[in-house]
Write a protein that binds this ligand. Structure first.
Ligand code: LLP
Length: 431
């Protein structure tokens, strides 16, 4: 199986974290997001342990909460000793409402509004990750009004190419995020940050891409960033000792994907960082990483009910489910690959090929094309695996379809963590 959360029980049904998917669907209805708490916790611990082992505990893991943001998720990651990154007032609000310690929150975004900046400073977030010069000025102005010193890091584009989908690459010069190195923007930003009275520059951030399945780009980024920090030291006589390498660790969606072992990432990246530090006679910086997908993606499964099976002779078979791009837009957006199982036939061979179609009034509303699966029939429970990240968090109400419920499974028992939306929720803000 592609995730350690997944299994097949004696009844031949698919299980997630030990819970029978068919029973879950019966009890909670479909579509249903199911998460395995034990795997989420284990991954948090693995990331932390790798920093402790290879980097002498000189670092912090921040959960990139854009992958899956809800109160219970913030509670879980905080209880595992992680900080988090948020990219909007809404994510910040959710984290704080869950009792997240503000000083362990990093606030991101390429167009933070003045209101969001004020909210972040007022809440006492640990760091603001600054994207552009306008934002830097705004932070300084609002910090002055609030009589606080804003602790910031600057987001740098290290100019590294990672092999992933174009829409989820961010480290190259034409990305909308951060300051470029090649054209001097990054130096200008440092210069400005050092002059502002209400800004305290702590270090730098970079994030190359998401769903990266090799260590090379991370190591290259680490090297580029260390050299940049040395250049800054020479030019401005400041030694900045925080380096955030972002997230982006790839996970397994289909059997042919190769998941990057987190351990290997930290081992190899820390070797590069320590060597650069020693060559440059620079202190080894405190490292931050921001995994999102890898913490929650493999721990999630979405369950649907098959409503009809439509075979177009000599063309293809559509299996229509009671959800679709509203709860998982990733195939429509990125042609993302997924593994599909018929949960009530999980022990049978996957000798049927079909296209999983959603219920939106849109031809592109597909979850997967030509996917191998067990023979589908009306009423079956269809499971899409590795949907913990960027599914619920990217869900919409297109066609006024209510968003699904999310349940968290622990040791075989499930509890609701996000209620199912109702028709009443759908019209809540209509006048
Ligand atoms: N840090 C920063 C600054 C980021 O921009 C991101 C992701 C992360 C951390 C977390 O990356 P992760 O570990 O989750 O790969 N919606 C897309 C992914 C967008 C990622 C955006 N930034 C998808 O569904 O594939």
């Amino acid at each position: 199986m592609i995730s350690e959360s997944i299994g097949v029980n004696a009844s031949g049904n698919l299980t997630v974290g030990g819970a029978d998917c068919v029973e879950l669907a019966k009890k909670f209805g479909t579509p249903l997001y199911v998460f395995d708490e034990n795997l989420i916790r284990k991954t948090c611990r693995d990331f932390k342990a790798s920093i402790d082992e290879y980097y002498n505990s000189n670092g912090q893991v921040l959960y990139a909460s854009k992958a899956f943001s809800c109160k219970e998720m913030y509670r879980i990651v905080q209880s595992e000793g992680l900080g988090c990154d948020v990219v909007s007032g809404g994510e910040l609000y959710t984290a704080l409402a869950a009792g997240f310690d503000a000083k362990n929150i990093f606030f991101h975004g390429n167009n933070k509004t003045p209101d969001e900046i004020e909210y972040a400073l007022h809440s006492g977030v640990g760091r603001i990750v600054v994207d552009n010069l306008t934002e830097l000025e705004t932070i300084n102005r609002i910090a002055e009004q609030l009589k606080v010193k804003a602790e910031v890091v600057l987001r740098i584009k290290p100019g590294i190419d990672a092999h992933t989908h174009d829409y989820i690459r961010t480290g190259q010069i034409d990305s909308k995020f951060g300051f470029a190195l090649e054209n001097g923007e990054a130096f200008e930003a440092v210069n400005m940050a050092l002059k502002f009275d209400f800004i305290e520059l702590k270090g730098f951030h970079c994030h190359i891409a998401s769903q990266v399945c090799e260590t090379r780009p991370f190591k290259e980024a680490a090297e580029v960033m260390m050299k940049f920090m040395q250049d800054i030291r020479e030019k401005y006589s400041v030694t900045l000792c925080e380096l955030n390498l972002g997230g982006g660790f790839g996970v397994k969606y289909v059997e042919t994907d190769e998941q990057l072992p987190f351990d290997l990432f930290m081992k190899e990246t820390s070797e590069v960082l320590k060597k650069c530090a020693s060559d440059l006679n620079y202190p080894v910086p405190k490292i931050f990483i921001e995994p999102g997908r890898s913490i929650v993606g493999p721990a999630g499964v979405t369950l649907y009910t098959v409503g009809n099976v439509k075979t177009i002779k000599d063309v293809r078979t559509y299996v229509s489910i009671d959800g679709g791009m509203g709860d998982n837009p990733r195939y429509a957006l990125y042609q993302a690959e997924y593994t599909v199982e018929i949960a009530n036939k999980a022990s049978e061979p996957k000798n049927f090929i079909a296209t999983v179609a959603g219920k939106c009034c849109e031809s592109g509303d597909l979850i997967q094309e030509n996917a191998p699966m067990q023979t589908p029939e009306v009423g079956d429970i269809l499971a899409v695996l590795t949907t913990g990240a960027y599914n619920y968090s990217m869900a919409s109400n297109y066609n006024r379809i209510a968003r699904p419920m999310a349940v968290m499974v622990k040791d075989g028992d499930a509890r609701i963590i996000v209620k199912r939306e109702t028709y009443e929720d759908i019209i809540r803000n209509d006048i």
